[in-house]
Write a protein that binds this ligand. Structure first.
Ligand code: FAD
Length: 543
């Protein structure tokens, strides 16, 4: 796809992929595909599109100074993967050098930085997308960033589902005289030695953080709203001998990945869909609790009252022992902060110097949804109205040529998200390939296809442990719908995404041009200047 000529007052367009060089920090005027975000998802898209479509200009932008996504941001003490790392890598970039069964944050981050280095000529760091508008007249996206404006035919949004920290607003937060930060924004300048620390939340991050800091801090108060199911983590160091076998005989490394994948696939069905394994898993969880916690009152406090698997199960052997250290107290939910303390749900105030919010993320309210405006001028967030849904977790009616990665109903409880992101990359490639073959350039999923797809998902999800397990979890959105989980095998998703289905889409049927709506909010996010419609050939947003 050729680039359009640029107006004379705009930066020169990149006319061929080679013009987008590493030393060039400016944005090209126009690209064929713009990828937003350089984590696993953005890298999967970059790789796949460059492999399959060397004729396309593909550019990725990333708001941070480097690659890695959540693995750059979540560098809290003890941060590590929760699925075996043999599955947690991109299929085109195998890594035989993981140090443990469950890789550690620093090495996953290093891995992603290395993969990104192969695409350095196609990535602009420190460049945040601030808004995107569908320009129906020219059938392209106008993307505003904090360093300029770029137009693209296809917009691949890979901002991650777990990249926006969720920090509850609690009464008294303004009065609190101590320090506080979210686990995903760990403040390494704070020395916690001897301090009175509150950990708010008992999810996946909290169970990794507490055992790492418990010996350093003075007093640790764990604010628990709901106890989690905790099962043993079978982790081990991967020795140099084993790693060298993987390095020298990649087929063995691939076989190990295949075996881990297969066992995890069976697991999801027996856990979530036909829950024959649930009694075994909960017996394991209860046994670990009984063995590790002798005190009956504490054991009762740590025993969940919902079906195992309803929320993410936590894999750790260190959580219960850490909670029994003499300087640790487990209390109820945090209800308020005071000048020097935190109040639990029994009204007891605990003296606190530092609050760590281990309160997770906001996957059902992704910030990017508030700034992407589709064909009608509505944002994605307005379209979803609190309940995200998409066709194949990727396409949304009213948003032509947009592909959202790690979108609604693509999260997993049993396996690696990378196994969902790579099929999404394959799907974008297949879709663009179909359009090129048929001489089209615009694609939009029909409302009916999207509805049918989601009602199928709802039926599949209805009986799963996530919907029927008796817990409240971040999988269920404000409308009560499970808009987060993928209900079945990753293999099913891969198959689904391997082909574009023309009957479900409108091709090249861009509706009549709609006015380009630039709201005051958008103007303050980036200095857009005036929308100039004097050019009869193109709609320009001049800066
Ligand atoms: C602590 C933690 C542990 C996890 N553990 C596991 C695990 O064990 N197994 C598993 O499968 N999954 C795990 N996940 C889920 C994880 O999010 C995915 O596995 C995967 O990393 C998602 O990759 P991504 O590229 O979609 O998103 P991210 O890694 O979130 O990357 C998105 C990138 O987009 C950038 N971005 C966002 N908005 C903009 C914008 N407007 N402009 C420019 N750039 C933008 C962000 O800066 C970020 O770099 C974990 C998540 C967290 C937070």
């Amino acid at each position: 796809m050729a680039n359009d000529p640029a107006p004379t007052d705009s930066p020169a367009p990149a006319s061929s992929p080679s013009e987008l060089s590493t030393t060039d920090s400016t944005l090209p005027h126009r690209v064929d595909v713009l990828v937003v975000g350089v984590g696993f998802g953005g890298l999967a898209a970059l790789h796949r599109l460059r492999e399959d479509h060397s004729d396309l200009d593909v550019l990725a932008i990333e708001r941070a100074e480097g690659a890695g996504g959540v693995w750059r941001e979540n560098d809290y003490p003890g941060a590590a993967c929760d699925v075996p790392t043999s599955l947690y890598s991109l299929s085109f970039a195998p890594n035989p050098d993981w140090s443990h069964t469950y890789g550690r944050q620093a090495e996953i981050h290093d891995y992603l930085v290395r993969v990104a280095a192969d695409h350095a000529d196609r990535i602009r760091y420190r460049c945040a997308m601030t808004a995107a508008f569908w320009d129906a007249e020219h059938a392209e996206w106008i993307v505003t960033t904090d360093t300029g404006i770029v137009r693209c035919t296809y917009l691949v949004a890979a901002p991650g589902a777990l990249s926006a920290p969720g920090e509850p607003t609690v009464p008294g937060a303004d009065e609190f005289a101590g320090t506080s930060f979210h686990s995903a924004r760990w403040d390494h300048s704070q020395d916690l030695t001897g301090r009175r620390v509150a950990i708010v939340g008992t999810g996946a991050s909290a169970v990794q953080i507490v055992p790492e800091i418990v010996d350093r801090v003075g007093q640790l108060t764990v604010f628990q709203r709901t106890p989690a199911w905790v099962v043993p983590r079978v982790d081990r160091t991967i020795g140099e001998l084993e790693r060298s076998v993987y390095r020298r005989i990649p087929a063995i490394h691939r076989l190990v990945r295949l075996l881990v994948w297969a066992y995890r696939e069976i697991y999801v069905v027996l856990m979530a869909r036909r829950p024959r394994l649930l009694p075994v898993a909960s017996a394991l969880g209860r046994a670990q609790l009984r063995l590790q916690v002798r005190d009956r009152a504490l054991r009762r406090r740590l025993t969940p009252d919902y079906t195992i698997g309803c929320k993410g199960m936590l894999l750790t052997n260190k959580w219960f022992p850490a909670l029994q250290r003499p300087n640790v107290a487990v209390t109820g939910a945090l209800t308020a902060l005071t000048e020097h303390g935190a109040v639990d749900d029994a009204g007891v105030e605990h003296p606190i110097d530092t609050v760590v919010w281990a309160t997770g993320f906001t996957p059902t309210e992704p910030p990017i949804a508030r700034v992407i405006r589709g064909r009608t001028g509505q944002t994605l967030a307005e379209t979803w109205n609190g309940s995200p849904n998409a066709y194949r977790g990727t396409s949304i009616h009213g948003f032509p040529n947009l592909f959202l990665f790690y979108g609604p109903n693509t999260n997993l409880g049993h396996s690696s998200i990378v196994l969902m992101l790579e099929p999404q990359a394959a799907y974008v490639s297949a879709t663009i390939g179909h359009l090129q073959t048929h001489g089209r350039s615009t694609v939009e999923v029909t409302a009916q296809a999207q509805r049918d797809y989601n009602s199928g998902l709802d039926t599949e999800l209805a009986g799963t442990v996530w919907n029927a397990g008796g817990c409240s979890s971040w999988y269920i959105d404000a409308s009560g719908r499970n808009s987060v989980m993928w209900p079945t095998y990753t293999r099913t998703y891969r198959r689904l995404m391997s082909q574009f289905e023309p009957a479900d889409h409108l091709l090249d049927t861009a509706p009549p041009p709609t006015p380009l709506v630039v709201t005051e909010t958008d103007r303050t996010q980036v200095d857009l200047g005036e929308v100039d419609r004097t050019d009869t050939d193109r709609t320009e947003v001049s800066g």
